[in-house]
Design a protein around this ligand. Structure first.
Ligand code: AMP
Ligand code: MN
Ligand code: MN
Ligand code: MN
Length: 286
């Protein structure tokens, strides 16, 4: 592998096992074609694709870390915690993620009822047509249905008009706690990473609390270079990583060739002065 920070690592993306549109095998092929050297598939609240992804990475000649992206509720907002390099057969993380997925079906039916009230009928059934894993129906699948049925032109517009707080299709949901998510990952020999911190709408005090509590539970990494950050945010969260003594991660958050602006393996490298998260995971790389 290339040394340290100039490694083309992509440690955040989604397959049909959550809300991506490609199979783990197709993602591995695309990552390889884009020059990725170290890859992780990080489906939301789900590790059912890990064996396929690891096998596909091996077949493509790429190094692999196990991955997931856990939905957490912190200070009234949804925060995502990426887990990397954990043992995918660990019973506690498997059960924790199963519980986290558990409320999704009920939430989806409520979203559908709520959309019906503004005249959008059959959204639950419509979203289901886009679902690859019956345990993982997400807002993204509703967004695809609303684009297909002509209500909106693209998924971004659906989120803006229907699926975010205060909008007619939004249903609040309580996910895992920060402590539980970090603990599931670390007790399974993985490293917990705060995903795309630039996306949250926290006050500076709340953001400080997030990083402080995350560290106190054993969290060790933060995404600095991600498809969800602007170049200014790369700099901002590079400083945050140093301030909190966290390792840095890099990942596209790729979901679909038709929807994602950032392709696998195409982001800038991590700033040179940061410790890459894969340095903490050298003995977990497959
Ligand atoms: P859920 O876990 O069901 O709440 O769905 C969250 C997913 O929705 C995220 O992982 C993204 O893939 C997608 N998403 C959230 N906000 C947006 C947005 N503004 N535009 C497009 N996709 C979004
Ligand atoms: Mn997603
Ligand atoms: Mn996320
Ligand atoms: Mn993601």
């Amino acid at each position: 592998m290339s040394p340290q920070n100039i490694l083309n690592a992509d440690l955040h993306c989604h397959s049909v096992v959550s809300d991506g549109t490609l199979t783990p095998e197709a993602l591995a092929e695309r990552a390889k074609a884009n020059g990725v050297e170290l890859w992780a598939l990080t489906d939301h609240d789900e590790i059912g694709g890990q064996q396929r992804a690891a096998a596909a990475a091996k077949a493509q000649g790429m190094h692999y870390l196990t991955g997931t992206e856990v939905s957490v509720t912190f200070a009234g907002q949804t925060v995502h915690i990426v887990g990397l390099g954990f043992d995918a057969g660990n019973p506690e993380i498997m059960q924790g993620l199963r519980n986290t997925r558990g409320g999704r079906e009920q939430r989806a039916m409520e979203m559908s009822d709520s959309l019906a009230k503004v005249g959008i009928k059959g959204a639950y059934e419509g979203a289901l047509k886009f679902v690859g894993n019956p345990e993982l129906i997400s807002r993204t699948h509703f967004a695809r249905f609303l684009v297909e049925s002509g209500v909106c032109r693209e998924t971004n517009e659906v989120f803006r008009k229907y699926l975010t707080e205060g909008k007619p299709g939004y249903v609040p949901h309580r996910w895992a706690t920060l402590r539980d998510a970090v603990t599931w990952i670390t007790q399974a020999q993985g490293v917990a990473v705060i995903a795309h911190p630039g996306r949250y709408k926290f006050t500076p005090n709340e953001e400080y609390a997030l990083f402080t509590e995350f560290k106190s539970h054993g969290g060790r990494g933060v995404e600095v270079v991600t498809g969800s950050h602007t170049p200014q945010e790369y700099l901002k969260y590079a400083e945050t990583a140093k301030e909190f003594g966290l390792a840095a991660s890099r990942g596209s958050d790729f979901h679909s060739p038709d929807e994602s602006h950032t392709d696998l393996g195409t982001l800038p490298f991590l700033p040179g002065e940061l410790t890459p998260v894969w340095e903490l995971l050298a003995d977990r790389i497959q």
